[in-house]
Ligand binder design. Sequence first.
Ligand code: C5P
Length: 216
Amino acid sequence: MTQPFVIAVDGPAASGKGTVASRLAAHYGLPFLDTGLLYRAVGIDVLSGGGDLGDPVAAEAAARALEPGRLSDDAALTSGHAGEAASRVAGFPGVRAALLDLQQAFARQPGGAVLDGRDIGTVIAPDAPAKLFVTATPETRARRRWRQLNERGDLITYEAMLSDILRRDERDAGRGSAPMIQAADAVLLDTTEMDIEAAFDAARRIVEAARAKHGL
Ligand code: C5P
């Protein structure tokens, strides 16, 4: 039996992984899950319930109570504040365990799927036939995210954005539970010098090579 056509896209914040992953999903007609939204929702739920982001019990309870259906139309989840809250709760093993089944079930759909996150190629779908690790320099990522947030009135200086990005990278890569790391069989895509079209094109070529290799 051929394996499901799963595309795992990992990488740091504002690397372009979300855009690349959603474009790949549209291109191949596959369902897409932005797994960062799950952690963002958990962080926001802890805060709105008056909890402390440093409390693993509150965070795990919020993860277990999460209604995935609400993720698509909640604009609050895309704020810088939600990203920071997400990376705080994402370090708790209980939170990661609570969100594991949902993500693995999504990845196991018979027709295949595209997922983006930090641990898709290493933990969620280690057998995915196509894996990309999308990155860019911290300065490029900070500039991209700074522009996006300012365009929607979320005012922040470039310097503050860069220090947020560096802090988040360190936390995500340094945690003991499912740290952000390039899977041994993932292909590195550095988008520093690329616009969206070039990044998508490069990603598509990586996926085509993986499909040919796995006979998909
Ligand atoms: O990708 P996004 O910026 O939305 O992710 C927000 C945060 O959620 C990340 O900084 C990371 O801490 C966490 N995350 C994770 N594992 C994933 C996806 C996101 O730990 N698969």
